[in-house]
Design a protein around this ligand. Structure first.
Ligand SMILES: Cc1cc2nc3c(=O)[nH]c(=O)nc-3n(C[C@H](O)[C@H](O)[C@H](O)COP(=O)(O)OP(=O)(O)OC[C@H]3O[C@@H](n4cnc5c(N)ncnc54)[C@H](O)[C@@H]3O)c2cc1C
Length: 405
C-alpha cells in the first residue's frame, strides 16, 4: 500500500532526470522553489543518450556562472560539421559566426553533463533528486493533478505536489496518465546504435557519411566512435537476416577508414535498434500537470537538437512559472502560457526534421554510389551558406535566457 509521509510533499515534482528535468529542477530550486526530481534509473550512465551541448546551452551555463567550470570536464569541441557524400566532403555548418560565447558544440557524454548539473543543483537547499525512483502514475482529484505515485527503492510512495512536470521523455507516463492528446508525425527511419574502437589517426569531428543507400553518423567518444547507422523503419530484421559479415562490409564500404575494425561487431547484441519518433502533444498541460521536452514533443536525432530544445523548454518553463510557484498563485493559465510561448519554435524545428527524413528516406532507397546533388554542391559553395544551418543547429529558433528572481 502506498504511504504518504509528509516529508515527501513538494511544490514541484518533476518526473524524469534528463536534460529537461535536471535543468528545470536546478532553475526552480535556484529561485527558491521546493523541487523533487524523480529519475527511474540509479545513475545517468546510458550510452543511447545524445552527446551534444550546443552553443546556446553553453550560453545558459555562462549566464548561470558555470561555463568555465563546465568546460574543465573532458569534451571535444566541434566548430564545424561536414558530411561525406559519395566520398566527397561537404562543409554543412560553420559555428564561427553564431552569436554566442562559445562558437562550437561541446561533445560530452550526456551522463557527464547531467552529473554536472545535478551536482550543482544538489548544493541548493530546495533541490531533491531521487535516483532509482520510478513514477508509476499521477494522483488526481476531480481532474486536477495533485502529485505523483512512484516506486521508490523502499516500495510505493505518493509525492503530493502543487505542480507535476512530465520530463520523462518520448515514452512518458505523465502524458498518458494525464490523458493529454498526442499527434504523431510518422517517421520513415530508425537508427542502429553501436560502438567501434577509435584510433588517434581517425577524424576528430562528428561526421555523416552518405553512400550506397546508407547514412552513417560517427560521434567521437575519445577511445571509441558511437555510431548511428540510419535504416529505413522496419528494415532491421532483413539486415539481420543478411548476416553480420554483410553488415560489417556495409560499414566499411561507407566509412572506409573503419576497415579491419568492424569485426568488433561480432554479435547482434552489440547493435541496438533505437526507434525514432516525431510527435507532439496538442495540449501540453492540464490543471496541476505540464509536460515539456520530449514528453511534450519527441524530437528526432536529426541535427542533434533535441537536448537543446528540451533545455530551452526548461528555461522557458522556469521563467514563466517561478513567480506563481513562489507566491502560490499557479493557475492553469500559467501552464498554458508555456505551450503558447514555445510550441511554434518546437513545431517549426520538427518540420525541418520531418523534411530531412524525407530526403534521408530517398537516400536509403537508392542503390549504388551516390552523386552529391547539384543543389547541395551549389549551396555549399556560396560563401557564408554554412552560417544558416549553424544557427539553426547551434542556437535554435527561440534561444532562451536565464531570468533571475
Ligand atoms: C538515437 C537518438 C539519438 C539522439 N541524439 C541526439 C543528439 O546527439 N543530440 C541531441 O540534442 N538530441 C539527440 N536526440 C534527441 C534527444 O535525445 C532528446 O530530444 C532529448 O534527450 C530530450 O530530453 P528530455 O529531457 O526531454 O528527455 P530524455 O532525455 O528522454 O529524459 C527523460 C528522462 O526521464 C526518465 N524517466 C522516464 N520515465 C520515467 C519515470 N516513469 N519515472 C522516472 N523517470 C523516468 C528517463 O530515464 C530519462 O532520464 C537523439 C534521439 C535519439 C532517439
Amino acid at each position: 500500500m502506498a504511504t504518504t509521509p509528509n516529508s515527501l510533499a513538494t511544490t514541484c515534482c518533476i518526473i524524469g532526470g534528463g536534460p529537461a528535468g535536471i535543468m528545470l529542477g536546478f532553475l526552480l530550486a535556484r529561485a527558491g522553489v521546493h523541487v523533487t526530481v524523480l529519475e527511474k534509473h540509479k545513475d545517468f550512465f546510458r550510452d543511447f543518450r545524445g552527446d551534444t551541448i550546443h552553443p546556446s546551452t553553453l550560453d545558459l551555463l555562462y549566464e548561470l556562472g558555470l561555463l568555465e567550470k563546465f568546460l574543465t570536464i573532458p569534451h571535444s569541441q566541434v566548430a564545424a560539421l561536414s558530411a561525406i557524400i559519395g566520398g566527397q566532403r561537404f562543409p554543412i555548418a560553420d559555428f564561427s559566426h553564431v552569436p554566442t560565447h562559445c562558437k562550437f558544440i561541446a561533445l560530452m557524454p550526456q551522463w557527464d553533463f547531467l552529473n554536472f548539473l545535478a551536482t550543482e543543483a544538489s548544493h541548493l537547499p530546495t533541490f531533491t533528486l531521487r535516483m532509482g525512483w520510478e513514477a508509476t502514475g499521477l494522483i488526481q482529484q476531480n481532474g486536477i493533478t495533485t502529485g505523483v505515485r512512484a516506486n521508490s527503492p523502499e516500495g510505493p510512495v505518493e509525492i503530493p505536489a502543487t505542480l507535476t512536470v512530465g520530463c520523462d521523455g518520448r515514452h512518458a507516463i505523465s502524458r498518458d496518465a494525464g490523458h493529454l492528446p498526442l499527434k504523431d508525425d510518422g517517421v520513415p527511419i530508425d537508427v542502429l546504435w553501436l560502438k567501434i574502437g577509435r584510433q588517434s589517426s581517425d577524424p576528430e569531428n562528428a561526421l555523416g557519411y552518405i553512400n550506397y543507400g546508407r547514412l552513417i553518423i560517427l560521434i567521437n567518444r575519445d577511445d571509441y566512435f558511437q555510431i548511428g547507422y540510419i535504416i529505413a523503419k522496419g528494415d532491421f530484421p532483413a539486415i539481420q537476416q543478411q548476416g553480420l559479415p554483410a553488415f560489417q562490409q556495409s560499414l566499411e564500404r561507407i566509412v572506409p577508414f573503419l576497415a579491419g575494425r568492424t569485426a568488433e561487431i561480432d554479435s547482434w547484441d552489440k547493435v541496438k535498434l533505437l526507434t525514432i519518433q516525431v510527435n507532439r502533444l496538442l495540449q501540453w498541460s492540464s490543471p496541476g500537470l505540464l509536460c515539456i521536452g520530449d514528453a511534450a514533443h519527441a524530437m528526432s536525432p536529426v541535427g542533434g537538437i533535441g537536448i537543446n530544445i528540451a533545455i530551452q523548454d526548461a528555461v522557458a518553463t522556469a521563467n514563466i512559472l517561478t513567480e506563481a510557484l513562489l507566491s502560490n498563485t499557479l493557475s492553469p493559465h500559467n501552464l498554458a502560457q508555456v505551450q503558447h510561448y514555445r510550441e511554434d519554435a518546437v513545431h517549426n524545428t520538427q518540420r525541418v526534421q520531418v523534411f530531412a527524413h524525407r530526403i534521408l528516406n530517398r537516400v536509403l532507397h537508392s542503390n549504388g554510389p551516390i552523386r552529391p546533388p547539384l543543389l547541395l554542391r551549389l549551396l555549399t559553395s556560396i560563401p557564408g551558406f554554412q552560417h544558416l544551418p549553424a544557427r539553426f543547429v547551434g542556437v535554435g529558433l527561440q534561444p532562451q535566457h536565464i531570468k533571475n528572481f
